[in-house]
Design a protein around this ligand. Sequence first.
Ligand SMILES: Nc1ncnc2c1ncn2[C@@H]1O[C@H](COP(=O)(O)OP(=O)(O)OP(=O)(O)O)[C@@H](O)[C@H]1O
Ligand SMILES: [Mg+2]
Length: 252
Amino acid sequence: MLEVRDLSKSFGALAVTQRVSLRVAPGERRVLLGPNGAGKTTLFNLLVGELAPDSGLILVDGRDVTALSVDARARLGLARSYQKNNLFAGLTVHENLALSAACAQGKATALLADSHRDRGVVATVEEVAERVGLSELLDASVDTIPYGARRRLEVGLALASKPRILLMDEPTSGIGPGGINAFHAFLHGLPAELTILIVEHDMDLAFGIADRVTVLNHGEVVFDGPPQEARDSALIREIYLGSWGAEGGGHA
Ligand SMILES: Nc1ncnc2c1ncn2[C@@H]1O[C@H](COP(=O)(O)OP(=O)(O)OP(=O)(O)O)[C@@H](O)[C@H]1O
Ligand SMILES: [Mg+2]
């Protein structure tokens, strides 16, 4: 489904992605861990095409997409949500979701004027809003909704393109324990065939959802295996300096 081979990227002298290789199976839930600056977000930027690698390959269903644009990769089913909210300011929740859905449905020219009328767009907006718990807030401006709702809308924008591979970059950051429990339920409700890569620092959530865990440190894959092995790994504990475990995790 998604494969990365020997992917490398440097910013000047700083090697942020170093010969990263990964294979993510269809429907897999892959959790990506690693301390601040490990290169997690950079890897997502490379996967969706927002950054070009210096070397290495990215394959979707066996097809080399390394040279394809962001849009072309989106058409193959890749979508990502951002670590920092990347919403369309000044617009409503409905309009945000409609923009994403309309672009994905090739209706970008009609866009806002028709976003309340186009049946394909409206159906997607309503379905996604329901999934991310925003049905009651569709007509609210994104500038006025609570932080947790903004984080959910961030994921909703990615879902509105109906991806086959969804990358989520710290979707639960700053939303508190109640939000994390709700997010867990949301993940369980997603279609089993959706392939998910998620950067998640809440260890209970990460280990609760992961089929497999990949740990990056200084841009390198230092662990790739089942969650139980990750939990027991002395190397990973050392990298996180004991920041998970007894107190249930946290950001390193
Ligand atoms: N556009 C850029 N130009 C220069 N350096 C960059 C750029 N983007 C990222 N970096 C550097 O690359 C390294 C990896 O950053 P990245 O954002 O991928 O880490 P991360 O694992 O997502 O960290 P965090 O947990 O803080 O989100 C960092 O040292 C960062 O400063
Ligand atoms: Mg990051």
